[in-house]
Design a protein around this ligand. Sequence first.
Ligand SMILES: Nc1nc2c(ncn2[C@@H]2O[C@H](COP(=O)(O)OP(=O)(O)OP(=O)(O)O)[C@@H](O)[C@H]2O)c(=O)[nH]1
Ligand SMILES: [K+]
Ligand SMILES: [Mg+2]
Length: 442
Amino acid sequence: MSTTIFALATPAGRSGVAIIRISGPDCGDVLRAITQRDLPAPRVATRRKFYAAKTPSAIIDDGLALWFPGPASFTGEDMAELHIHGGPAVIAAMAESLAAHGLQAAEPGAFTRRAFDNGKLDLTEVEGLADLIAAETEAQRRQALRQLEGAFGDRVEAWRGGLLGALARIEAAIDFPEEDLPGGLVEGVDEAMRAIGDEIARTLDDDHRGERLRDGLSVVILGAPNAGKSSLMNALAKRDVAIVSDEAGTTRDVIELHLDLGGYPVLLADTAGLRESGNKIETEGVRRALDRASRADLKVIVIDGAVWPVIPDAIRAQIDAASILVLNKADLLPGPLQAIAGHQPIAISALTGAGLSDLLVTLKERAAGLLASGDQPVLTRLRHREALADCRLALSRGLAVGPVELKAEELRLATRALGRITGRVEVEDVLDVIFREFCIGK
Ligand SMILES: Nc1nc2c(ncn2[C@@H]2O[C@H](COP(=O)(O)OP(=O)(O)OP(=O)(O)O)[C@@H](O)[C@H]2O)c(=O)[nH]1
Ligand SMILES: [K+]
Ligand SMILES: [Mg+2]
C-alpha cells in the first residue's frame, strides 16, 4: 500500500499564493479532516477554511481546495491541492497539520515517480517534464513540451512495436513449428529489421542537435591579451561581469554567462588571453582557456584592432570551422578589412558598441545551424543515444546471422534496448503480440 505524501509545489519563501500538493490513498480523508467539510467536486477550485490537526478549532488559513480523485490525476492516485497564502508561517502551519494527520513529506520527484509507476508518463515524458521545468529559452521550452507530450516516446514505441511484431513471427516459427503458420512468415522480418534500423540510424545522425539545445550551446571568447575579450563579454551581457583593464593578462579564470540568443540558450565564456607567460597563475588561465576552447561548439576569436594586421600564432592556430572571427577596436581602424585564413572578420567596437548587432546576427545563425529547432522529436540525452545505438547494433547482428534462434535473440536485445528508453521493458509484451497476432493456444 502506497503512503500519502505532501509537498510545497511553489518555491519556498514569500509569495502571494502557495500550493501544497497531496497524493496517496489517505488524501480524501485528510482533505475532509483539515477542511472539516465534505470533499469538493472533482477538479473544481472550492473555497475552504483549513484547520489545525491538533487544535481543530484553530483556523490556519482560508483558501482554495482542489480534489483530483484517482486514477484521472497526475500521479494516478487520489490527489489534492491546497492553495493557501504564501507566507512562511502559513506554509509551516499547514505542513505541520498535514504531518500530524500522518502524511509524509515527499522526496524530490516523488509525485512524478508515482506517475511513472502508475503508467501515467513514460520515461521520456518524465524527462520532458524535467526539461520543461528547467527550460530557460523558447526553443528549449518547445523541445521539452514536445517530449512531455510523447513525441519522442511514441516514435520509440512505434519502432519497438514493429520489432515486437517481427519477434512474434520468429518466436512462432521457433516455438510452434507444428502449427499451421501463415506462409511467408519469416520473410519480411529482415525487411522490418532493416527499415527500422535505417530509421534509427537517421535519428542518431543528428549531430547532437537536441542534446545541445537542452544543454545550451558552448561559446568561448578567445584571443590575445588585451584584445578586448572581457569588454566584448560585458557588451554582450549588457553589464559588468568581467574585469576590464589596459593591463594585459587581466582575466585568468573562465568567466561564464548564460545568454538567450533569440530563443537559443548559450553559455558564453570569457577566457584568459593566449600567450606564453612566466606567471604561474596566468599560465593556468591559458591552460583553462585552451581546455574550454577544445570543448566549445563555437569560438569567437577576438583580434586586436590596435595591432592589426598582426595576428599572433597562438591565435591563428585556433582558427577553424568552429570559429567566428571578430576584429575589435574597429574605432581605431580606418578602411575595410581583409579576410584571415579564408574568414572575413566582423568588425566591432566593444567600446562604442559598433558592429555588435552584426556579430549577434552571425552568432544566432551559427547557433541555429548547430541546435535543434525544438519542433521535431529528437534525442535529448546520452541515455537515448546509447540505447538506440545498442538497438541498431543488435539489429545489424540479427540481420547478419542465419539461424532463426540467433536472429530472435538479437531482436529481443534490440526491443529491450528500446524499452529502456521509455522504461517499458516487459516480456509480457512479446506474449501479448504473439497471442494477438496468431491466436496460438486458443
Ligand atoms: N579603443 C578601444 N579600446 C577597447 C575596445 N575594447 C576594449 N578596449 C580596451 O582594451 C583594453 C583591454 O580590454 P579587455 O577587455 O580587458 O581585454 P581582454 O582581452 O579581456 O584582456 P585580458 O583579459 O588581459 O586578456 C582596455 O583598456 C579596454 O578599454 C574597443 O573596442 N576600442
Ligand atoms: K586586459
Ligand atoms: Mg579579459
